[in-house]
Design a protein around this ligand. Structure first.
Ligand code: SF4
Length: 357
């Protein structure tokens, strides 16, 4: 057998063609490589020693030269409602990312919220990740392996993926698109069960439209006039609401897929009846579903964050006005309220306990 590279490459999270390429030095036949692919993606194998259809020498060869995962689990918090929040470190540079497993009543409803970047440059004022300066984009393998790590840990099949963890997916569009194909082709999650949530990066929306994937695109809007939106989401001020809705309209024309509009309700900031009427007017022009998200306070992280959740009465009044648009409006079920489930919270807790990277 050929000599192998000294550094250990990870296998989980790779597409079959990439796995074949990475394992080329082993000179294992194609059918063996497909068996390794099946151990990773169909059997949720946790070690090379489990791969019983490989010889002992082949398993030893893998163990000596490769690792299974590109991530290490650093923490896992479990909520009373079953939500699990994972903190992973990345093999390549020991940076931290988060992923959340959301459990619902039916097993097939299991969803994972994945990160697409380390930190985020958009800087939304209500988001814990805005305290983590942007460090780098994740590779497709690092995105997919978040789900594989969770499947291995729980020995369950995940049915849905949402790109709603740390980072702006459409500032890492090519790796995000690549990861969607791996989810569909290797992990076995249909594209219709994948949601990409963006703060409104127009070139990324256009790029996704060109790829014409049957996924769900969600726009995090959070305000209905540019000044207010720019004040709470400074990283998207290049893109006006008007131009963003134009890009969504073109996206809809190409993909024929209904989009989701996400709106975090912040007491006294964006929850007025005036904002609700503006939202109703905006959404009446496109085929969409509106998801209202009562704010999840993160004040424990910074006293400078003073946002609060609106009262139930205000939430309901806002929803009633938006419903006059004729569009479907839901309030998102909150998950993991008793743990650090808001994006960036667990990461920040750990950053406070170690030398910053
Ligand atoms: S809400 Fe999303 S886009 Fe905004 S700072 Fe947080 S991770 Fe970035």
């Amino acid at each position: 057998m050929n000599s192998l590279k000294p550094s250990k490459l990870a296998l989980s999270g790779l597409s079959l063609p990439d796995l074949i390429k990475v394992l080329e030095p082993t000179q294992l036949p194609l059918y063996k490589l497909k068996q390794i692919h099946a151990w990773i993606y169909a059997k949720f194998g946790t070690s090379f020693s489990q791969m019983s259809d490989l010889s002992l020498a082949e398993r030893q060869l893998l163990d000596n030269n490769y690792v299974l995962s590109v991530l290490n689990t650093k923490d896992c918090q479990i909520s009373k409602d079953g939500t699990k929040k994972y903190l992973f470190s990345l093999n390549n540079d020991d940076k931290y990312i988060e992923s959340v497993l959301m459990t619902f009543q039916k097993r097939e409803d299991l969803s994972v919220c994945v990160s697409s970047q380390v930190g985020c440059a958009v800087g939304c004022k209500f988001c814990a990740t805005s305290f983590v300066n942007f460090k780098r984009n994740l590779t497709s393998q690092e995105i997919v392996d978040q789900v594989m790590s969770i499947q291995r840990d729980n020995q369950v099949r995940i049915g849905n993926i949402v790109y709603m963890g740390q980072g702006e997916p459409l500032l890492n569009t090519e790796e995000v698109i690549k990861s969607i194909y791996v989810f569909a082709n290797s992990v076995g999650i249909g594209k219709r069960h994948i949601t990409v949530s963006t703060s409104g990066i127009i070139p990324g929306i256009n790029r996704l439209a060109k790829e014409n994937l049957p996924i769900t695109l969600a726009l995090s809007l959070h305000a209905c006039d540019d000044d207010l939106r720019n004040s709470i989401m400074p990283g998207v001020k290049t893109y006006s609401i008007k131009n963003t809705f134009q890009a969504l309209t073109e996206y809809l024309q190409t993909t024929n897929r209904r989009v989701t509009i996400e709106y975090v309700l912040l007491a006294g900031v964006n929850d007025s009846s005036e904002q609700a009427h503006k939202l109703a007017k905006l959404v009446s022009k496109i085929n969409c579903h509106i998801n209202l998200i009562p704010y999840n306070p993160i004040n424990e992280l910074s006293e400078s964050i003073s946002y609060k959740r609106p009262s139930i009465e205000v939430q309901e009044a806002f929803k009633a006005i938006v419903e006059t648009s004729g569009r479907k409006v839901t309030s998102r079920l909150e998950r993991g309220k008793d743990i650090s489930a808001a994006c960036g919270q667990l990461h920040n807790k750990h950053l406070n306990q170690r030398v910053p990277s």
